[in-house]
Design a protein around this ligand. Structure first.
Ligand code: GLN
Length: 447
């Protein structure tokens, strides 16, 4: 713990942490040490972990990196936090992220941009940028993030880490600040597949507080890592042919495919003709859900309140106008628009139908193949400020990650070394619903 405290101090310029829990982490470490001595320590004893600042931890501030929640102290802990503590992980602090997890570069945080440790003029990725950089720069051993449309996988890819988004419904969302509830999922950022496996084992499984969590038994993921089976792997052709794809990412993926072949897996290139519909469907649905979820921040129930308002309506308006940042407002407006009478059928309902088609297409593919390969992001980490002018450019960069989110399937981002400029490259693997065991074993073998 002292080592990590020192590392954090030395890397303050990266802006990864919104707060370091010096006191509670040290207290927890003492308890864990005692338990180790007594031979009763849990599975995660000794794991120092950071949490994205949208996960509630009793007695600690949780802000979602928004002015709206500045100073808000959580009255209870998220299920994932309870489970980490039960297995004796030590929670070192809360990590910076895009405001309300809306973004792909960690530039929308009220607490400022997170910098990529590989090149500090570049973004960390987002929205779980702090989580990725904390693992990248060794400010903690592993981190929790949340992934609605790529927020664990894309920053992991930008920072050379392993990012796992489990199946929708594998891990409880209780106590996680909602962005788009039918997409949100807690995920892990780690530097080994082993850590991802053991964390998933601890975090996954039924929860009385979240009815969307599956009651499926939780496999012993960590033990299963040694298992080697030959897999049928499909590469989505259009994603590699995409003109937005960086050539170095493309060739890194092509050589990974060769490597997978050499390991005995069968590879087939298949066509996926719905690529153009992914980003539009994702943004119509997630903004709709966000506009509903964020209506609770009214200046009355939580966090920021404008003190000059002279009536209720004014209080709502001013608190929300001042408490939310630009990107969050844009999404609330978009979401309200697509849900409004007269537009609902044209946008929201249509997007739901498109989501259904995408799922059916993916299910059909996953009946024939065990694993699906695509890039994670079209480019390596871009320059800070580069994509901030045009939100559409930023949204389009989510093209490869939102597929698993729309479908609810598990997906993992794996590092493939660095490009000629020293920036991390990566590959994405996806599997069937609740196919994490396969995904992790294959990843472990592959790396
Ligand atoms: N970049 C995507 C978005 O802005 C993903 C965010 C996320 O997964 N939380 O919606």
């Amino acid at each position: 713990l002292d080592y990590y405290f020192e590392q954090i101090e030395m890397n303050k310029h990266l802006n990864a942490f919104n707060e370091v829990f010096f006191y509670s982490a040290a207290e927890q470490a003492k308890v864990v040490q005692q338990k180790i001595g007594d031979g009763i320590a849990g599975k995660l004893a000794g794991m120092v972990i950071g949490i994205k600042d949208n996960i509630s931890y009793k007695g600690h501030e949780v802000t979602a990196s928004s002015k709206m929640l500045e100073g808000f102290v959580s009255p209870y802990s998220a299920t994932v936090i309870e489970r980490l503590i039960r297995e004796d992980a030590v929670i070192i602090g809360r990590l910076n992220c895009d405001e309300f997890a809306m973004g792909g570069s960690n530039e929308t945080s009220y607490y400022g941009v997170v910098k990529n440790a590989a090149d500090t003029s570049r973004v960390a990725g987002g929205s779980s940028g702090g989580s990725a950089v904390a693992v990248q720069a060794d400010l903690c051993l592993s981190a929790l993030g949340t992934d609605t449309g790529g927020s664990v996988r894309q920053p992991a890819a930008f920072c050379g880490c392993i990012g796992l988004k489990p199946t929708y419904g594998r891990i409880s969302r209780y106590g996680v600040i909602a962005y788009a509830s039918s997409f949100d999922q807690v995920g892990t950022i780690t530097s080994s597949v082993g850590d991802a496996a053991i964390l998933l084992e601890v975090l996954a499984g039924a929860d009385d507080y979240d009815s969307t969590v599956s009651k499926n038994v939780v496999p012993a993921y960590a033990k299963g890592l040694g298992a080697f089976e030959k897999k049928k792997i499909a590469v989505l052709k259009e994603t590699l042919e995409s003109e937005v794809l960086d050539p170095e990412i493309n060739s890194a993926i092509l050589s990974s495919i060769e490597q997978l072949k050499e390991q005995g897996h069968t590879i087939e290139y298949v066509s996926f003709d719905l690529l153009d519909y992914l980003v539009p469907a994702y943004y119509v649905l997630t903004t709709a859900e966000a506009s509903s979820n964020l209506s609770r921040y009214d200046g009355v129930h939580y966090g920021y309140r404008n003190l000059e308002a002279s009536n209720l309506n004014e209080l709502y308006k001013k608190s929300r106008a001042e408490g939310f940042g630009e990107e969050v407002k844009r999404r609330i407006l978009l979401g309200t628009f697509v849900l409004s009478a007269g537009y609902y059928d044209a946008y929201y309902q249509k997007a739901q139908q498109v989501r259904r088609l995408i799922r059916e297409k993916m299910e059909e593919l996953l009946n024939r193949f065990d694993v699906i390969v695509t890039p994670v992001a079209p480019t390596p980490a871009f320059k800070i400020g580069e994509n901030m002018e045009d939100p559409l450019v930023m949204y389009m960069a989510d093209i490869f990650t939102v597929l698993a989110s729309l479908t609810g399937i598990p997906a993992i981002a794996l590092p493939l070394g660095n490009n000629s400029e020293g920036l991390p490259l990566s590959i994405q693997l996806m599997a069937r619903h609740f196919g994490e065991e396969d995904l992790l074993a294959l990843s472990h073998n592959f790396l």
